[in-house]
Design a protein around this ligand. Structure first.
Ligand code: BEZ
Length: 205
């Protein structure tokens, strides 16, 4: 399998963490688009030929077919291993995990949009209220996470949360969007970040 990746993308990192957790990392050959100029206004032809949305991650399967986005790729990878599923197959646990993935992905969506607004958009066109709105979404989601008891085990939900918090550290550390919110969340993240899968996929920019 081949995976379009970029070093900073939290959506890519989720997939790589999962691949390590499931013993699939060796079966994935990365196509690294870091430094390619890929962005919301600058597509990369090779990626767009596989994913018409021009977004990463996109997975080229061994039969040549392509899967996107990260949630679809995650379900596919979970079907490829014999260990305990990282997405429970049924019951309330399945929907609790999917909800947690949605919450964490929402943090990443807002954090990436906020970055585009504050870094990529020409200064004269910047819209402060839009940025404030994205940061407000992140603060709301962090408050929701602080009210939860996160398990230490890796599943698609906890992986997504740990990666989202790592992305806030990477791109938004000067705003303290989460570390000051809840000491228990900080402790949980510190424990989770020690997993070999997290260490192996830490962004190297
Ligand atoms: C970033 O540089 O923060 C980034 C790159 C690719 C996807 C998302 C975020």
């Amino acid at each position: 399998m081949k995976l379009f990746v970029s070093a900073a993308s939290p959506f890519v990192r989720k997939i790589l963490v999962q691949a390590h957790e499931c013993g699939l990392a060796d079966r994935i050959e990365p196509i690294d688009l870091s430094g390619s100029g890929l962005g919301p206004t600058s597509p990369v032809t090779e990626l767009s030929a596989s994913n018409p949305l021009g977004k990463i991650p996109a997975l080229i399967r061994d039969d040549g077919s392509v899967l996107y986005d990260s949630r679809v790729i995650a379900e596919y990878l979970d079907s490829l291993h014999d260990g305990p599923p990282l997405l429970p197959t049924s019951g309330p646990e399945r929907f609790e995990t999917l909800r947690r993935v949605a919450l964490a992905d929402g943090i990443c969506d807002a954090a990436v949009l906020g970055r585009y607004e504050s870094v990529l958009r020409p200064e004269a066109l910047r819209w402060d209220e839009f940025l404030d709105g994205q940061l407000q979404k992140i603060r709301g989601a962090i408050a929701a996470l602080a009210a939860e008891t996160l398990p230490d085990d890796a599943d698609l939900g906890t992986i997504a949360v740990a990666v989202a918090l790592g992305y806030l550290d990477l791109r938004w550390s000067e705003h303290d969007l989460w570390r000051g919110a809840d000491p228990a969340l900080v402790d949980w993240h510190a424990r989770f970040a020690e997993r070999p899968s997290m260490v192996a996929t830490a962004p190297k920019l």
